[in-house]
Design a protein around this ligand. Structure first.
Ligand code: CNA
Length: 310
């Protein structure tokens, strides 16, 4: 390694947080004027709305799919299974339809970052469209695994779009409804959520490299960080950007994930920028809002029950 490379490396690894916790991150935000914040989030930010995540033992969706008699829990989100047995997915979609739920304080916190002009982008694995329901503009959201904002006929090239309300009405009518829709559209219709094995939306590929290298703070909220390629974004964040994980347990550690979190490692050379808040996502963002002096703003936004903006 050249002397110049070593110097650059040392400069990059300068300690970025006074303390590796919520207060440290709030102080960094105030001091640096961070305004290109990237949020990465997962199912954990929606569990307090009543939407189960996948992997929490006991309460997660994967522990509660017995009634569908699936070969594996993941099968319900595969095209092969959907073609053979659309009923299971349609039943689940009816239960999880976004209209049945309300955004959580976490979703409103993301909206607040945008209102304050500090949000570069929110990358969400969630399919529940709650970020949009909390009023985040479409342009600020990358729905990495798609969502219920649109629908299409499967196995068509180019894809044939279907109005999502048509699908909703059909699913509500039960088997007769979705079979009729299938006949009318020339194939089974599914929401534009990404099933296992399907390609991610082009918007994700177009934006993530630029956004992650430009970000000046990475907030990771409520995710097990086991799904690729989403989890790889953690390691792509600008090395001069602090990273904060808010989750019920540590995830995405560098032991398991390339470029993953280092908050569990001793010494400044090992951790110069990672903080971890262990607990509920709502509590974590409320604590961060409080440390930033934003509690009243967040409460106002939550109370307004903000409508979706287009
Ligand atoms: P996951 O693998 O189920 O992990 C959820 C993580 O969140 C776990 O580490 C939990 O401990 C943690 N968690 C759960 N509740 C809370 C809470 N209240 N506060 C803090 N942490 C909490 O889900 P991921 O999102 O990591 O996995 C990606 C999958 C899940 C994506 O493909 C999603 O489409 C899919 N999913 C989405 C939804 C949704 O849209 N709401 C629901 C279920 C699954």
């Amino acid at each position: 390694m050249t002397a110049q490379a070593t110097l650059v490396d040392q400069q990059l690894r300068e300690r970025l947080l006074e303390t590796f916790d919520i207060e440290g991150v709030a102080r960094y935000m105030a001091r640096s004027g961070a305004h290109r914040i990237v949020v990465m989030c997962g199912a954990g930010i929606s569990t307090s709305a009543g939407i189960p995540d996948f992997r929490s033992p006991g309460t997660g969706l994967y522990s509660n799919l017995q009634k569908y008699n699936l070969p594996t829990p993941e099968a319900i989100f595969t095209l092969d299974h959907f073609r053979q047995n659309p009923w299971a997915f349609y039943e689940l979609a009816r239960e999880l339809w976004p209209d049945n739920f309300k955004p959580t304080p976490c979703h409103y916190f993301i909206r607040l970052l945008h209102e304050k002009g500090l949000l570069l982008r929110c990358y969400s694995q969630n399919i529940d469209s709650m970020e949009r329901q909390a009023g985040l503009p479409a342009e600020k959201l990358v729905a990495v695994h798609g969502n219920f904002d649109g629908a299409h006929v499967i196995d068509t090239q180019p894809e044939v779009p279907v109005d999502i309300t048509e699908l909703k009405t059909a699913i509500e009518k039960g088997e007769e409804g979705w079979q009729e829709l299938c006949k009318c559209k020339g194939g089974l219709v599914k929401p534009t959520i990404v099933f296992f094995g399907e390609s991610l939306p082009p918007r994700f590929c177009d934006l993530y490299l630029h956004d992650l290298s430009a970000c000046d703070l990475l907030l990771v909220l409520g995710t097990s960080l086991v799904v690729a390629p989403f989890n790889s974004l953690v390691g792509k964040a600008n090395p001069s950007a602090p990273r904060l994980l808010i989750n019920r347990e540590p995830t995405g550690l560098c032991d398991d994930l390339l470029g993953g979190f280092q908050f569990h490692l001793e010494g400044e050379a090992a951790n110069w920028r990672d903080a971890f808040y262990e607990g509920n996502a709502d509590d974590g963002v409320l604590a961060l809002a409080s440390a930033l002096g934003w509690s009243a703003d967040l409460e106002t936004l939550i109370a307004s029950g903000c409508q979706r903006s287009h």
